[in-house]
Write a protein that binds this ligand. Structure first.
Ligand code: GTP
Length: 314
């Protein structure tokens, strides 16, 4: 959700419909609620509701009795930082949270300070703290400050022009993946079996990273959960940032490849002096990327079967 023109449909189209950032300028306004269904991790279904941001339509969506917002697991609220109308935009945001507290009490909130490319470099820190202060002030009734400190609300600065968008959306997706920690432990085991430096599992359609493991960084403190800052980035450290860059690069590559072979991109192997990067499909809905030390090329038991059986001790 978020005000009309804040960039909601643009991000959805880029992530789930393979639009490029340039192509988003052709999108028209959303007229009510557009639902996208994504089959996800084999047997989960992710429903994304893109809600129109025009005042009257938003009012309608928030009306008691309208059950569009029933049982939401995650709200992604988008502020266009280049064009915030005070105090109206903050009041609307608070109304949305109040409504969701009634219809979806366990909903988590992701706030995107979007179009971050339009904020001058030297004004970014101030802009961010000003918006957070305004949200805290307007959101006394919903205890916004408490939600922010206890991690129910996560804030990301995003733009369609770089990988920050994928980082934010990957965190959303991670929030929805059941048993992500178990998956991460499997990756750790597979990493040992294959002597891999790094493994990342991506959802195949969106190429959002679902879970990742690297032995290049402190393994058990991979995500810095002790951080007391609550901007989304501080929790995920350098490796998550890398995953999003890779997401973004692969999506661009896949789009370019589609001009030549109809988008049937399946696997990719890259060799550098120190590493081999191997990207392949894992299941119908997941892809895996492995980074292996180059010296391991002939020794590593790397093939599809071993990847799939990695946790069985092969
Ligand atoms: P409604 O459907 O009316 O609710 O609007 P919306 O929130 O879906 O906005 P939409 O995605 O249609 O984006 C409006 C315009 O913002 C488009 O021209 C996009 O190209 C542009 N836009 C989206 N994201 C960004 C961004 O990160 N930076 C910049 N500079 N422009 C963006």
């Amino acid at each position: 959700m978020g005000r009309s023109g804040s960039g909601k449909t643009s991000m959805r189209s880029m992530i789930f419909n393979n639009y490029s950032a340039n192509e988003t300028s052709r999108l028209g306004a959303t007229l009510y609620v557009e639902r996208t269904e994504v089959r996800f991790l084999n047997n989960l279904n992710l429903s994304i509701l893109d809600c129109a941001g025009q005042d009257n339509l938003m009012k309608n969506i928030l009306m008691p009795g309208n059950n569009q917002l029933a049982l939401c697991q995650v709200l992604i609220y988008v502020f266009d930082v280049s064009n915030i109308e005070e105090p109206k935009d903050y009041i609307t945001f608070v109304d949305v949270i109040k409504r969701l507290n009634q219809t979806s009490p366990s909903c988590k909130f992701f706030i995107l300070f979007h179009k971050w490319d339009l904020v001058m470099e030297h004004e970014k820190e101030t802009a961010k703290s000003n918006i957070i202060s305004a949200l805290i002030k307007s959101g006394e009734e919903i205890k916004f400050h408490e939600l922010y400190l206890n991690g129910t609300v996560k804030i990301f600065t995003t733009t369609i022009w770089n990988e920050t968008l994928y980082l934010a959306w990957s965190r959303v997706v991670e929030e929805l993946v059941p048993k992500a920690n178990i998956m991460k432990n499997y990756l750790k085991k597979i990493s040992r079996v294959l002597n891999a430096k790094e493994l990342i599992i991506f959802e195949r359609k969106s190429f959002l990273s679902i879970v990742s493991y690297s032995n290049m960084f402190d393994q058990d403190n991979f995500y810095n959960f002790n951080s007391d800052r609550n901007d989304g980035y501080s929790h995920y450290g350098v490796t998550a940032d890398r995953s999003q860059k890779i997401s973004s690069i692969i999506k661009t590559f896949r789009k370019s490849a589609s001009y030549y072979n109809g988008g049937k991109f399946q696997k990719l192997t890259l060799h550098s002096r120190s590493s081999i990067i191997y990207l392949d499909e894992l299941t119908d809905t997941m892809a895996i990327m492995l980074v292996l030390p180059n010296a391991m090329l002939n020794e590593s038991p790397i093939n599809q079967q071993n990847i799939n059986n990695g946790n069985s001790g092969n």
